[in-house]
Ligand binder design. Structure first.
Ligand code: SOE
Length: 382
């Protein structure tokens, strides 16, 4: 039977461009569907580099101007894997051209940008998804299923961390390729929009909406040389952020992120405590879910570590045999599975631009509270 084609036009070919491209290839192999994902074109400003990327990752053609790529008739989906300050303009242009859109996180530089992006995709009626990939780790989906089954009972606490240590060196410059995450004009914010955005997205999915927040932010290194101007410039990103919040379900939240936790590379952890059950997850051990079940026989009660790799675990049956673990890259493949299933069912995929906006609203409130040192209400998506 002829397949529907999903011809991808990827903009940006760095770290995320590779993660997405791997997903475009693998999804066809491991998750047969009525769609064939075709890496059609990749766009980047450096022609030689983008050609090399295209050859390596099987893209049929290249562009050096993203507007030209968006205008092409042989592209169905625009995949935005560019620095954060380009998401808004590129997504709105892609929506106007009637393209489906996959967008890297965070959706906009702030809630205002994300609102406009949501408006644009609604007007165009195009399929859309934000790459909050950690939602798609099998162990995280298992956590979601357990929470939705009601087994945890009343939820009291949700806590999450995202700890790194790669910016401790005060001589590290800001700006330009690889280091735009340190430049607030390009990134929007520091750890709040980059790392806590992941924690917030997962939290909203697992534990529902956040009502209000109180935050503490810090910029430890106040000035860094800027790679593009060559001058020493003020650093405007948040290097570290901790916040507390109230969830709509009455539970309390505690979040922390920093790029100054020596020894931690990408320690994303979350824990949720319900009256009957608690769950813990750790990105460094992402194929495991820790479960404490109070209904276990009292003398045998304790934390168990479930190796999420069995045939009946989320997505796992489509991969290897039970016991062989999945990793980081699979979360992107699974995101693509969701996107395709959303097209097949007509229901759309999650997290979509509306979910991306919800996270941006929380990020905005956290940053505002960091400045004002006061509790801040979180805007709710209508
Ligand atoms: C930053 O170092 C970063 O690459 C984030 O931008 C990603 O979203 C996160 O998944 C890993 O860390």
């Amino acid at each position: 039977m002829p397949k529907n084609q999903l011809r991808i036009g990827l903009i940006g070919y760095s770290f995320m461009g590779r993660a997405h491209s791997n997903a475009f290839h693998q999804v066809n192999h491991f998750f047969p569907s009525s769609y064939e994902v075709i890496p059609q074109a990749v766009c980047g400003r450096d022609e030689a580099k983008v050609k090399e990327f295209a050859a390596r990752w099987g893209y049929k053609s290249v562009e050096t101007d993203w507007r030209k790529m968006i205008a092409r008739d042989d592209i169905d989906v625009i995949d935005i894997a560019t620095p954060n300050n380009l998401h808004h303009e590129q997504a709105i242009a892609a929506a106007k051209a009637g393209k489906m859109i996959l967008c890297e996180k965070p959706l906009g530089l702030n809630g205002k940008e994300a609102e406009e992006m949501l408006k644009a995709i609604k007007k165009a009626g195009v399929a859309n998804m934000v790459w909050y990939n950690y939602r798609r780790c099998p162990a995280v989906v298992l956590a979601k299923n357990l929470i939705d089954s009601g087994k945890l009972g009343r939820i009291y606490h949700y806590r999450a961390n995202f700890l790194q240590d790669w910016t401790i060196n005060a001589d590290l410059p800001q700006g330009g390729t690889g280091l735009w995450r340190l430049d607030a004009k390009v990134a929007g914010s520091g750890v709040t929009g980059d790392l806590l955005a992941h924690c917030i997205d997962t939290a909203l999915w697992l534990n529902g909406g956040i009502k209000d927040v109180t935050a503490m932010t810090e910029t430890f290194v106040k000035e860094r040389k800027h790679n593009l101007t060559g001058k020493v410039e003020k650093v405007s990103i948040d290097d570290a952020c901790s916040f507390m919040c109230h969830f709509n379900n009455g539970s309390l939240g505690l979040f922390e992120s920093t790029r100054y936790a020596r020894g931690h590379k990408a320690l994303y952890t979350f824990e949720i405590n319900g009256a009957n059950m608690s769950l813990k997850w750790d990105l460094h051990d992402l194929h495991r879910l820790q479960i404490f079940d109070y209904s276990d026989e009292s003398q045998e009660r304790g934390w168990k570590s479930v190796h999420v790799s069995d045939g009946d675990h989320p997505y796992c049956g489509k991969w290897w045999v039970p016991g062989l673990q999945l990793g980081y890259e699979h979360s992107f493949v699974h995101a693509m599975v969701e996107f395709i299933q959303g097209l097949e069912s007509g229901k759309g995929a999650k997290p979509d631009f509306k979910d991306g906006l919800a996270t941006d609203y929380v990020v905005d409130a956290v940053l505002a509270s960091g400045k004002s040192r006061k509790w801040q209400k979180v805007k709710q998506v209508k």
